[in-house]
Design a binder for this molecule. Structure first.
Ligand SMILES: C[S@@+](CC[C@H](N)C(=O)[O-])C[C@H]1O[C@@H](n2cnc3c(N)ncnc32)[C@H](O)[C@@H]1O
Length: 516
């Protein structure tokens, strides 16, 4: 990557479409000129563009109500009757403004005459939307400004729209790269510089740098990783084995997946248009999640013994459980999918609905209880997709990076270790346990593995990298991390594999625990 890449916003979210209706925007066209309306804000049109209004409503729900953007957005798109193109624009605008919030706030702080926390939060959200359009979207400056001021008149009133007009004119005075250069003049170290440029909290930049090193990669990859977090992931589909088909997806322009078998990349918009997706036999699932489920199902049991009783200990909302259950059904095995939170357990039931019902059951228990005497040695294959910080899936939840704290990680590691211990008791000697996180953080990954091996003398780490490679289309995922004492773990990365940063360690048990 060249030394000077920029925060690029979220251009993939609308499939690269440009809006060109009257009063909307087209490609900036490379002239770099920034012409503005000479009409005073108070005299401009009052009606807000529905796509921008939708994005604003999403930001307000996130900021004021702690909502999740991906859950709020579809409802607002429907309520505002957006067509496909406007829905794409609203998505790019809302997600880009949320991802870029750290950088845009730094820019805005230079353009507002008071601390940002003294602004009405609704005004600040409007300014963030304006900044994203001006600095990172292919929207001509005059359209970005006029439309944002029109939006402001409607949602925060004429008085505030004057302030917004004045501030956004200052923002528009520089291109993004010039803003970054200016802001970097006050930044002394690499971590702060990367945090600013790629709009991440500093503690996350530090944690991801440590993660790269802990998994045998170069710390210099950090910029590529942070940049990948700012790109919208392409929708990945999986056809459930013996149940689903990708034919309809391919007819609608999907491309075959390059990592996971029977998968596809789909960029045709609303995926629920596909009847197999509606039927639940084809599912949206990140290729990394597909691979770890397939690796657990695919690895040969070390003793070649019984292989019919499978457990997914932390199953909600059911993504991996549905793939595991379909794989189990093909081999006359059954899957117990456990999820302690009742409403998430209901999501698991729905996810499993397309799989023959005699293949699976859902339980609603604390996963740690599976370590009790009743369950000891009961299962042949166990998935522990542990609750984690989600630092490997920041690109999916645009607001999440601003909500997480370093303390979240510390709190989760204890639970992660307890769940892995329970799984290592619930599996029979000669069976296999997969410990999985969608975080590369060393505290949640390699440290949990090492501590579990130290506590469970009958547990042995397997060659996880070989098991992953065996189910990868290319035959070599390039995610191996050999561990001292034997065996390996794997770490996938958004900037290398275009997947979430999934971690997996496969274990077996060599004998029944002492005392049983
Ligand atoms: C990373 S998610 C699992 C994702 C899921 N495997 C999938 O592919 O859709 C972790 C899940 O663990 C659940 N969980 C939290 N505490 C748990 C516990 N004590 N025992 C079992 N599961 C737990 C959470 O409710 C959450 O649904």
């Amino acid at each position: 990557m060249s030394g000077r890449s920029e925060y690029r916003g979220n251009k993939a979210d609308n499939g690269g479409e440009r809006r060109n209706e009257a009063g909307r925007e087209r490609n900036r066209g490379g002239s770099g000129e920034r012409g503005f309306s000479t009409t005073a804000p108070s005299a401009r049109k009052r009606k807000a563009d529905p796509a921008r209004l939708t994005a604003w409503e999403v930001l307000r729900a996130v900021t004021a109500d702690d909502a999740y953007a991906n859950l709020v957005l579809p409802g607002r798109i429907r309520a505002n009757h957006l067509d496909k193109r406007d829905a794409g624009f609203a998505t790019e605008l809302a997600y880009g403004a949320l991802r870029g919030q750290g950088l845009y706030d730094a820019v805005l702080a230079r353009c507002v005459d008071r601390p940002l926390d003294q602004l009405d939060p609704a005004v600040l959200d409007t300014l963030r939307l304006g900044a994203h359009q001006l600095l990172s979207m292919r929207v001509p400056s005059h359209a970005a400004l006029d439309e944002t001021v029109s939006l402001a008149r409607m949602v925060v009133g004429a008085g505030a729209s004057g302030l917004i007009n004045a501030v956004l004119r200052k923002v528009a005075a520089r291109e993004l790269e010039a803003w970054i250069d200016l802001l970097l003049e006050d930044v002394a170290d690499d971590v702060s510089a990367a945090a600013l440029r790629y709009s991440h909290p500093e503690w996350i930049v530090r944690a991801l740098r440590q993660s790269l090193v802990a998994h045998g990669r170069e710390v210099t990859e950090i910029n590529d990783l942070l940049e990948a977090d700012n790109l919208a992931p392409v929708v990945n589909l999986v056809a459930l084995p013996s149940l689903g088909s990708l034919d309809e997806a391919f007819e609608n322009g999907a491309e075959p997946g390059t990592l996971a078998p029977d998968s596809a990349y789909y960029s045709g918009g609303d995926v629920s248009r596909l009847s197999s997706v509606r039927a639940g036999t084809t599912r949206v699932q990140d290729a990394g999640s597909q691979l770890v489920a397939r690796a657990l199902a695919g690895i040969q049991l070390p003793d070649g013994g019984r292989d019919t009783v499978w457990l997914d200990l932390c199953a909600g909302p059911g993504g991996k459980a549905s793939l595991l259950a379909a794989l189990a059904a093909e081999r006359d095995a059954t899957l117990t999918a456990n999820e302690p939170t009742p409403h998430r357990a209901e999501l698991v039931r729905r996810a499993l609905d397309a799989v023959p019902e005699e293949t699976w059951m859902v339980t609603v228990e604390d996963g740690r209880d599976f370590g009790d005497e009743l369950n000891q040695g009961r299962f042949d294959r166990v998935m522990v997709d542990a609750p984690c910080s989600g630092l490997g899936a920041l690109r999916r939840r645009p607001e999440s990076r601003w909500r997480k704290t370093a303390r979240d990680v510390a709190e989760l590691t204890v639970l992660q270790g307890e769940l892995l211990d329970a799984a290592l008791r619930a599996v029979r000697p000669g069976g296999v346990v997969a410990y999985v996180t969608c975080s590369p953080h060393p505290g949640e990954t390699v440290a949990v593995v090492q501590d579990a091996l130290a506590r469970n003398k009958d547990a042995r780490l397997l060659d996880t990298a070989a098991a992953l490679d065996a189910v990868t289309i290319t035959g070599a995922a390039g995610a191996a991390n050999p561990m001292e004492g034997g065996g390996s773990t794997i770490q996938l990365w958004p900037h290398v594999h275009s997947t979430d940063a999934m971690f997996m360690a496969l274990f077996t048990r060599t004998e029944t625990p002492a005392g049983t």
